[in-house]
Design a protein around this ligand. Structure first.
Ligand SMILES: Cc1cc2nc3c(=O)[nH]c(=O)nc-3n(C[C@H](O)[C@H](O)[C@H](O)COP(=O)(O)OP(=O)(O)OC[C@H]3O[C@@H](n4cnc5c(N)ncnc54)[C@H](O)[C@@H]3O)c2cc1C
Length: 390
């Protein structure tokens, strides 16, 4: 029977919940806002299926990917509204045009981040761009299985642990399943995100109408948290000044299992692994980086390679050295983030309903140089000096 005695040993993927034949496992939120399985022992029949599908209890070492590419969606507007090169949107469109269904991380009610399904090009738009919050898979694993069993083409995108959890739950390979994961620094707490949203809505006196964690307002290399409100007000903040992003990159608001991630290796069970390519010129000297963003990609399977070939009309593709990519861009594929020494205080203060900017000002204050730089950014960007300063 699944039992989480050390929170480092559960990534919250829901494989156990879905595998339980008597539905005696439910995901429940802990005080930090992360979901963990809770077993109703009165109903449990001790079949052991939950342990069998747990991707952390059954992890495997995978070979280092042999092939890697740097990709960009040929549609400039999609690149602008995606995290890096908008490559994931091309794969998803291919699945939709083949009559398939796509599952990915999207905003639900009150900007709650959850796995949703898309069956049209219009619906696919909700997946664009990274949401730096742990995405709730809800009942997507079971839905994926139903669709696969009916013979339909299915694409699933998620964190490495979610894709590993899904595959473990499915327990057999499906030719009609295509999976994409990403190099994942870590997943922040949905409670921290919710508190940040509430704090921002209060500060700007209006409901949130748009949120993007990586808007390319000042280019790809200076992407920002961007919020817009129903009253027309706007907010932009970067990794050094925005309290939510700061708590993410400082290692405060993230899930315990991410500090010792079982899936942190370049080889994955997915078909393709995507991540940020920060400087294409390093890998493809003939291409000058235009600060719009490129997606780096590891090919993890034959199916992944076939997908890249099928998408060649919609993607610009350069081959790259996988080891070099890990070294300079995808180091989070192999290197765990460190917990902030005041992580426990962060969650304590969050539990006391203290505003997130008060918490950050106390535990990890924004440096004056970063505040000044943030204020000067629009001018530096307009005059072309931003690149030089960075
Ligand atoms: C929590 C998180 C951490 C990341 N950490 C890193 C990192 O350390 N280094 C790095 O190089 N890249 C990281 N990435 C990946 C990177 O941000 C881009 O997603 C990647 O470069 C692909 O970009 P794209 O423009 O091709 O696609 P995008 O437009 O970014 O599409 C990405 C896909 O990811 C899905 N998605 C978005 N948010 C979530 C979520 N919270 N959970 C599950 N699925 C989601 C969407 O549904 C979409 O299908 C991270 C992404 C996330 C969500």
């Amino acid at each position: 029977m699944i039992s989480v005695t050390d929170k480092k040993n559960c990534c919250g993927c829901t494989a156990c919940v879905n595998a339980c034949p008597v539905s005696c496992i439910k995901m429940e939120r802990d005080s930090e806002g992360f979901l963990y399985p809770q077993v109703n022992t009165d109903l449990c029949i001790n079949c052991g299926k939950c342990d069998k599908v747990c991707p952390l209890l059954n992890k495997t070492d995978l070979p280092f990917p042999e092939k890697a590419f740097i990709l960009r969606n040929n549609d400039a507007q999609t690149v602008k509204t995606s995290t890096s090169g908008g490559a994931v949107s091309v794969f998803a469109s291919k699945i939709i045009s083949g009559g398939g269904v796509v599952f990915g991380g999207a905003f639900g009610k009150n900007y709650y981040v959850e796995h949703r399904r898309a069956e049209t090009e219009e619906e696919l738009k909700m997946f664009k761009s990274s949401k730096y919050v742990q995405c709730d898979p809800r009942d997507s694993f079971a839905e994926v299985k139903r669709e696969l069993s009916s013979g339909r083409l299915v694409m699933f995108t998620g964190t490495p642990c979610q894709v590993a959890g899904l595959k473990s739950y499915l327990s057999k390979p499906f030719d009609n399943l295509f999976t994409v994961d990403f190099v994942c620094r870590a997943v922040p707490s949905p409670k921290a995100w919710d508190r940040y949203r509430e704090f921002s809505e209060q500060k700007y006196g209006s409901k949130l109408s748009y949120a993007c964690f990586r808007e390319k307002t000042y280019g790809y290399h200076s992407s920002n948290m961007s919020l817009r409100f129903e009253n027309g007000k706007k907010y932009l903040g970067n990794t050094h000044t925005d309290p939510y992003l700061k708590s993410f990159f400082d290692g405060m608001n993230i899930r315990p299992s991410c500090f010792d991630c079982a899936f942190r290796q370049a080889g994955r069970v997915s078909d393709l692994t995507v991540f940020d390519c920060w400087n294409i010129t390093r890998y493809v000297p003939s291409v000058k980086d235009d600060d719009k963003g490129y997606t780096a990609c590891f090919v993890q399977s034959k199916k992944g390679e076939e997908m890249l070939n099928k998408c060649s009309g919609d993607l610009t593709k350069y081959s790259a050295d996988a080891e070099l990519l890990v070294k300079h861009c995808g180091h989070m594929a192999v290197q765990n983030p460190k917990p902030h020494p005041k992580r426990a205080e962060f969650f304590e203060m969050l539990g006391e309903n203290q505003p997130i900017d008060t918490i950050i000002n106390k535990l990890s204050p924004v440096q004056t140089k970063h505040r000044v730089f943030d204020k000067l950014k629009p001018v530096l960007y307009r005059t072309g000096l931003l690149k030089l300063v960075k």
